[in-house]
Design a protein around this ligand. Structure first.
Ligand SMILES: Cc1cc2nc3c(=O)[nH]c(=O)nc-3n(C[C@H](O)[C@H](O)[C@H](O)COP(=O)(O)O)c2cc1C
Length: 316
């Protein structure tokens, strides 16, 4: 069976509240080729909420884009897939890794993976109806024993999964703590379908470590790309890429003005606050500068903030 991703692919993860068109466009400026929409609630898609429909937007320049669904009802998922079949996507991914309370309380995401029989029924409904290749994104089910995760991946493969992305942390760890590389490595060694490793890639060093320890050639980058689209260039060129203050503020401007275009100024400035904070994070900027971000209500406010960033002297 043909692989979804070429060897050595670096994939931008689905990130709820982040991987919209402006975010992906910023990542693509630095070499990101494989990217996903935010996770899309299948029910909201079927009932056609305007916000959800907007998640399906893609630009003409995006030659590879995956879409990710979350849900737990096979019938709703089939209907959601039928809607997606009328758009253009490279793959449909099914989320069985999200631990967020609003998803968990509906028995979806990582909670669904704890009921493998139900999860498989849902996945089969997606796989049977999709005109695109299908994949799944899961977490490891046990930190000590690869058995349960391997069994789950094997069943997903039998149900038509062409690739499975494995986040090497259990549900209860959310996003912190060690990534259990050896569990991913066991599964990678035992399966013929593509296994994509995920967890803890923040720079070239951690990318190399994840690949080496899991044996996976394809890797998914998530938080490492938030406020740092340069990570794609760093991995591709195999050298540390730290933007100068001018490069940083130029990219922030491109990203946030694109958001203003896409959402309208008022809404964009609200959503952009977390984006701006991510760009400033870990770069040694003073706290007072970051506090100013919460008062950013207009493009003028944003431009003022950018001048302050340029004039300030980060301490690393
Ligand atoms: C803000 C945020 C939003 C996320 N949204 C999604 C999502 O929509 N779908 C998904 O499968 N995973 C989502 N994740 C999980 C990431 O895709 C990834 O699996 C996780 O962050 C581990 O990778 P990392 O250690 O490289 O960040 C999200 C994570 C964060 C921090």
């Amino acid at each position: 069976m043909e692989n979804i991703y070429p060897d050595n692919s670096v994939i931008l993860a689905p990130l709820s509240g982040f991987t919209d068109i402006p975010f992906r466009t910023s990542a693509r400026r630095f070499g990101c080729r494989y990217a996903f929409t935010e996770m899309i609630d299948a029910g909201s898609l079927v009932f056609g909420t305007a916000k959800t429909i907007k998640f399906l937007d893609r630009t003409e320049d995006e030659d590879w884009l995956g879409v990710q669904l979350v849900g737990s009802d096979p019938d709703i998922l089939s209907r959601a897939v039928n809607i997606l079949n009328n758009h253009e996507f490279s793959v449909i991914d099914f989320n069985m890794g999200c631990p967020a309370p609003k998803v968990a309380k509906k028995g979806e995401g990582a909670m669904l993976a704890l009921r493998p029989d139900d999860a498989l029924r849902v996945f089969e409904a997606i796989s049977k109806n999709s005109k695109y290749p299908v994949s799944a994104k899961i977490r490891i089910l046990d930190e000590q024993d690869p058995g349960p995760t391997l069994e789950f991946v094997r069943r997903l493969a039998n149900a038509g999964a062409r690739a499975v992305t494995i986040h090497g942390r259990i549900r209860k760890s959310f996003y912190s703590g060690p990534v259990f590389h050896e569990i991913i490595a066991e599964i990678r060694g035992a399966m013929n379908i593509q296994i994509v490793a995920n967890g803890g890639v923040m720079d070239l060093k951690s990318y190399d470590e994840l690949r080496e320890k899991t044996g996976c050639s394809c890797v998914m980058v998530a938080r490492g790309a938030m406020g740092n689209p340069w990570i794609f260039e760093e991995i591709e060129k195999r050298r540390c890429v730290i933007p100068s203050p001018i490069e940083l503020t130029d990219e922030m401007r491109k990203h946030v003005l694109h958001m203003a275009d896409y959402y309208g100024e008022a809404l964009a400035m609200k959503i952009a606050r977390k984006i701006v904070l991510d760009y400033l994070k870990g770069r040694g900027y003073q706290r007072s500068l970051k506090c100013g971000v919460s008062h950013m209500n207009s493009i003028n406010d944003f431009e003022t903030l950018l001048s302050e960033v340029r004039q300030s002297h980060p301490v690393i």
